[in-house]
Design a protein around this ligand. Structure first.
Ligand code: ADP
Length: 589
């Protein structure tokens, strides 16, 4: 039932109860008071009438009629023996037929005590009357009784009129009370309804809404309490949101992969780094870990952490970019349950470790051959000096050749390490590739001719210059053209520039034997040599292309290679056209 209806019914019930109880009391009280009042009036009239009778020369029916006309009540005069001397309600005939009134209770009492009162039905006029009788002691004669009477009906009618007034008043009071209580209930309901709407909106998440109630009533107090609750909740939510944003920002920005499972082994959190490592989307959150993650090693790792508290493993994650990760998994607080695992990408670390290992092995291998050659040549030289001085020169040659190979190898290694350590200071400026290439090619031309290699320079000066260091570019051209001379005898080597989208690209192309697709990706590695039996050059150190690559990248450029077996090889150089932002002091171009 609505609060307004309930409030209205309660008010109606209370009003009816109060008015009914009050009404009964008033009706009863009014009846008694009207009767008492009528008797008192009759008493006063009888007293006044007594004096009139005392002064009257005769006591007869005419006197009774006169008194009745003056007082508007029925007046009777009764003799000591009960004879009715006069009665305003009877004519002469009725009076003659009237019975003895001496036994009437009020008359008998008046003769006895001087005053009598009674209420009963009149035997004379057959109607209920209220009688008041007073004895009149006439001088020198027997006393008579003067009786005044009014019909009880008229007295009651007067009471009923008062009661009717009370009833109408009560009806008006009920109506007014109900109108007031209905309007009070409506206004209270309006406030309660607005509070309910406010609370509903707050519950559905809109914490900006306020009840706006003021004052110190109970409902206003409730509204203010709701407002306070909403503003405190809103600040608490704001703080939680900020903390959550910070945490998720932190997790999303981390380079390390992070995943969290709940106590049922369902995926609860997965950050961006791990999504990329595992090639899965965030829609996997909520799924069992074995379904969500397509990696057979992660599930046992987490199970191990659940059993032992923590667990560490190195995993290989296949995907677009295969990675090697070091995973640490540990149990979360027992109260929460579940596990957390952090994945560190150690691909680069392991690659560098392998590189260092290979490098040491390669350096040792590369140096061992010339050192062994030098040692055995020196030993042989010792005996040749004694036995065959002429052949000694041959061994000195061997020692010299291997010593210069050692020298070349060590020089290349030092050069490479200088570039890597960024100790190679580039003097960057705009250069036309042809201006650097021409002297390099001139120096190499004789060696090229000895190997039957034709050198072509096709780098028009109208092509825009590149932003580069002259010595570095010289070194790059030397290494690339020397390689073509070494590995592509009887071929043509072309150093050309092309214009692509307004930029100058450099190419060093040969028509030599080419490099197989399997070996092509590795030729920039240190000490890597293509098929040693076919193309190994004793003067090569296996570091030439590694130096080229490091130089190009140090200049901010990019190098790539295309090759086809039997057709030749093309190296593409993409060097910057303009300085990189911030690489120049202001005003220098
Ligand atoms: P190296 O000092 O031995 O020449 P590089 O790093 O310069 O070492 O070259 C790596 C390998 O790449 C060489 O051993 C060679 O087999 C191969 N190579 C380089 N340039 C060419 C080319 N133009 N044509 C065919 N093979 C080449």
């Amino acid at each position: 039932m609505r609060i307004q209806t309930r409030y209205f019914l309660v008010s109606l019930g209370l009003t009816l109860l109060v008015l009914t109880a009050g009404g009964i009391h008033i009706v009863r009280d009014v009846g008694l008071r009207v009767e008492a009042h009528a008797q008192s009036d009759l008493h006063q009239l009888a007293e006044i009438g007594r004096f009139v009778v005392l002064g009257a020369p005769v006591v007869d029916d005419a006197l009774a009629d006169d008194l009745s006309a003056a007082a508007h009540v029925r007046v009777s005069l009764v003799d000591t023996d009960g004879t009715l001397l006069g009665d305003s309600a009877l004519d002469a005939e009725g009076l003659a037929r009237a019975d003895n009134h001496g036994s009437r209770p009020e008359i008998a009492e008046a003769f006895r005590t001087g005053f009598g009162i009674n209420q009963r039905a009149s035997a004379t006029v057959h109607e209920e009357f209220t009688y008041v009788a007073a004895r009149v002691d006439l001088a020198g004669r027997k006393p008579v009784v003067l009786r005044c009477a009014v019909p009880t009906r008229s007295v009651r009618l007067e009471g009923a009129a008062v009661n009717q007034l009370v009833f109408v008043g009560a009806l008006v009071a009920i109506f007014l009370a109900l109108a007031v209580s209905a309007s009070a209930a409506a206004s209270m309901t309006r406030v309660v309804r607005s509070l309910t709407v406010t609370a509903d909106r707050m519950a559905s998440g809109d914490l900006s809404v306020r009840s706006g109630l003021t004052g110190d009533g109970e409902l206003a107090g409730l509204g203010q309490a709701l407002d306070k609750l909403a503003s405190e909740l809103s600040s608490a939510m704001e703080a939680i949101r900020a903390e959550k944003d910070l945490l998720s920002g932190l997790l999303e920005g981390m380079q390390e992969g992070v995943l969290v499972t709940d106590r049922e082994g369902r995926l609860q959190l997965l950050n961006r780094a791990l999504r990329e490592m595992l090639l899965i989307g965030s829609d996997t959150v909520g799924r069992p870990i074995s379904e969500a993650v397509n990696n057979a090693e992660i599930v046992p790792l987490l199970a191990d952490a659940r059993r032992k508290g923590s667990s560490v493993a190195e995993l290989d994650l296949p995907g677009l970019k295969p990675r090697h990760v070091l995973a640490h998994a540990s149990r979360l607080l027992p109260s929460r349950g579940g596990e957390v695992a952090v994945f560190f990408d150690v691909t680069e670390v392991r690659r560098l470790e392998n590189l260092r290992r290979d490098f040491v092995a390669n350096v040792s291998h590369e140096l061992r051959t010339p050192v062994t050659a030098v040692r055995s040549a020196a030993e042989t030289l010792r005996s040749a000096v004694e036995n065959d001085p002429k052949s000694a020169l041959r061994f000195i040659d061997i020692i010299e050749r291997n010593a210069s190979r050692l020298q070349a190898c060590i020089d290349d290694l030092l050069f490479l390490s200088r570039i890597e350590a960024k100790q190679f200071n580039f003097a960057l400026r705009h250069l036309a590739p042809a201006s650097v290439a021409a002297p390099v090619l001139l120096l190499l031309r004789e060696r090229a001719e000895r190997r039957g290699v034709r050198i072509v320079l096709d780098a028009p000066y109208m092509h825009p210059p590149v932003w580069c260091d002259a010595h570095a570019l010289e070194q790059i051209f030397t290494n690339l053209v020397e390689n073509a001379i070494k590995y592509c005898p009887d071929s043509t080597v072309t150093l050309r520039t092309t214009l692509v989208n307004g930029r100058t690209l450099i190419e060093v192309a040969d028509t030599g034997p080419g490099i197989s697709a399997a070996q092509l990706p590795r030729i920039f590695e240190r000490f890597y040599r293509v098929d040693s039996s076919r193309s190994r050059d004793p003067s090569g150190t296996g570091l030439g292309l590694a130096i080229v690559k490091h130089l190009v990248e140090g200049l901010g450029g990019h190098i790539s290679v295309d090759s086809e077996l039997g057709k030749g090889t093309v190296f593409h150089l993409d060097l910057p056209a303009v300085p990189a932002a911030g690489s120049l002091p202001p005003g220098v171009s």
